[in-house]
Write a protein that binds this ligand. Structure first.
Ligand code: TYD
Ligand code: MG
Length: 455
């Protein structure tokens, strides 16, 4: 028999290593590598040999396939993030930090789907059914026909699902599930992977849609949702800053729709409320005349969203001035500071720089570069941008501004929310200005000269 091999797996990203080390080379996380139960080394022979299998049936690509049937929940934000509704027999993973509201979201979704006529089963591996019922009461779902269970043994769960054949089963969470055929503890990489694989293949075989909760953990003993991302059809992340009531549901992978779509929710005393117009929400309570505050006209998925970027620049007492960033990539901030210094001659040496994206939002679009640069300049020069203006454009290392996609949609959203001026990079495709006063800039130096005088 082949000798069992021990392997070391990163519980954050799932990378397999030959040796233990303090830091995973793949994802850079510390203390996440753990020794996994030995796996069998597999068949001794390297090739399949001469024995033939049954073969597989081939079909023609040109055959017409109807668009997948989708079930809508009536929670518009959720339906949109899923790409227009839940696809039958699909597997969806909802990841997020503990306490962010995943169970609340999925219980509300369960209630909404049940109300829409689907047969829904909610299995909690973390809470007793009485606890779930109490939460449902708080969410106003006490009389919705969702079936509940509290169970962690997958053999029991799959037996029940096979008998009941619901349309949708919610599993909260995948880290608490265990298979009696796998030797390691619940939450370990092998257990989480095997459980997920079992659930997903059940979903495909029996036509039951599955939604899985996955906690994002920093604790190396528990596998994170990233180790099963490749197995499911759709991966959603539920994000938000603690202390902020806004929650953003973001699709990072979707086999049935666009990725990077967002849905915005607000955590209230009675559960999650949908936010149909996020721009108005992210911009409320804003002081237009404050230096360092700039409105970025962004695109999240298919939707334009206006977001406020705030910067503060202050003299530093430290030998290495502070660069603190919330909601934006810190490496990209360093890049913008370097371009400002090298191409426009504006230095931030000896100055602390704080950058914040308002409302607990996270921006990933490079189109925000110009807005970030504008906020930094505005804070440093202590002079506000023209009133009622939005900014967008991507910055290259040469200081030139690159055109960005969907410029017209950005303008339309800004116009809808009462803005009258837009400052953007030259070359953006714009035929309809939506009545906005438009300033197109070729590079950062031109922008600085135009907005802040000679710079
Ligand atoms: P929960 O859904 O349990 O988080 P997760 O499953 O992601 O761990 O949400 C927990 C938080 O949400 C908790 O701190 C309280 C808050 N909350 C509300 O503010 N209002 C509500 O109606 C509910 C049910 C929870
Ligand atoms: Mg929970």
């Amino acid at each position: 028999m082949a000798k069992p091999v021990t392997q070391f797996i990163c519980s954050s990203c799932g990378a397999v290593h030959k040796k233990w080390s303090g830091r995973c080379d793949d994802c850079g996380e510390w203390n996440t590598i753990i020794e996994e139960a030995p796996l069998s080394a597999g068949p001794g022979k390297k090739t399949l040999g001469a024995r033939k299998g049954k073969g597989m049936a081939l079909t023609d690509l040109r055959t017409e396939e109807a668009a997948p049937e989708r079930d809508t929940s009536g929670l518009n934000e959720l339906d949109r993030v899923l790409g227009g509704g839940l696809v039958a027999a699909s597997a969806t993973l909802v990841g997020g930090d503990p306490g962010i509201g995943k169970s609340t979201l999925l219980l509300q979704a369960a209630g909404a789907y049940a109300k829409a006529g689907l047969n829904v089963i909610y299995v909690s591996g973390e809470e007793a059914t009485a606890q779930v019922r109490m939460r449902a009461q708080r969410l106003g779902l006490a009389d919705s026909p969702v079936k509940l269970a509290s169970e962690t043994n997958l053999r029991e769960i799959l037996t029940t699902l096979d008998a009941e054949r619901p349309d949708l089963c919610i599993i909260d969470s995948v880290q608490t599930m265990w298979l009696d055929t796998v030797d390691s503890a619940p939450g370990s990489v092998s257990q989480v992977r095997a459980s997920c694989h079992e659930l997903v293949s059940f979903a495909k075989r029996k036509g039951v849609s599955i939604m899985l909760v996955g906690h994002v953990t920093k604790d190396g003993q528990i596998a994170g949702p990233r180790v099963v991302e490749h197995m499911v059809d759709t991966v959603l992340y539920f994000e938000g800053e603690r202390g902020h009531q806004f929650r953003i549901l973001r699709s990072v992978k979707n086999r049935f729709g666009p990725a990077d779509e967002i849905g915005v929710f607000e955590m209230t005393g009675a559960g999650l409320a949908e936010v149909p117009n996020p721009s108005a929400l992210f911009l409320s309570d804003r002081d237009e005349r404050a230096p360092g505050s700039v409105v970025f006209a962004g695109i999240e998925g298919t939707r334009p969203v206006l977001i406020e970027v705030q910067a503060l620049v202050a003299p530093s007492s430290l030998s290495q001035p502070r660069r603190a960033v919330v909601g934006w990539d810190s490496a990209r901030l360093s890049m913008i500071l370097a371009v400002l210094e090298a191409r426009v001659g504006i230095s931030f040496q000896g100055l602390d720089v704080y950058l914040n994206i308002a409302g607990g939002m996270r921006i990933k679009e490079p189109a925000a570069d110009l807005a970030i640069a504008a906020a930094l300049l505005s804070a440093r020069e202590d002079s506000a941008l023209p009133a009622a203006s939005v900014v967008f454009g991507e910055l290259s290392l040469s200081g030139a501004l690159r055109p960005v996609a969907q410029a017209e949609n950005r303008l339309k959203e800004a116009q809808k929310l009462g803005f009258s001026q837009a400052i953007a990079s030259k070359g953006c495709k714009i035929t309809d200005k939506a009545g906005m006063d438009l300033k197109l800039m070729p590079d950062l130096a031109a922008f600085t000269g135009e907005i802040f005088g000679a710079g």
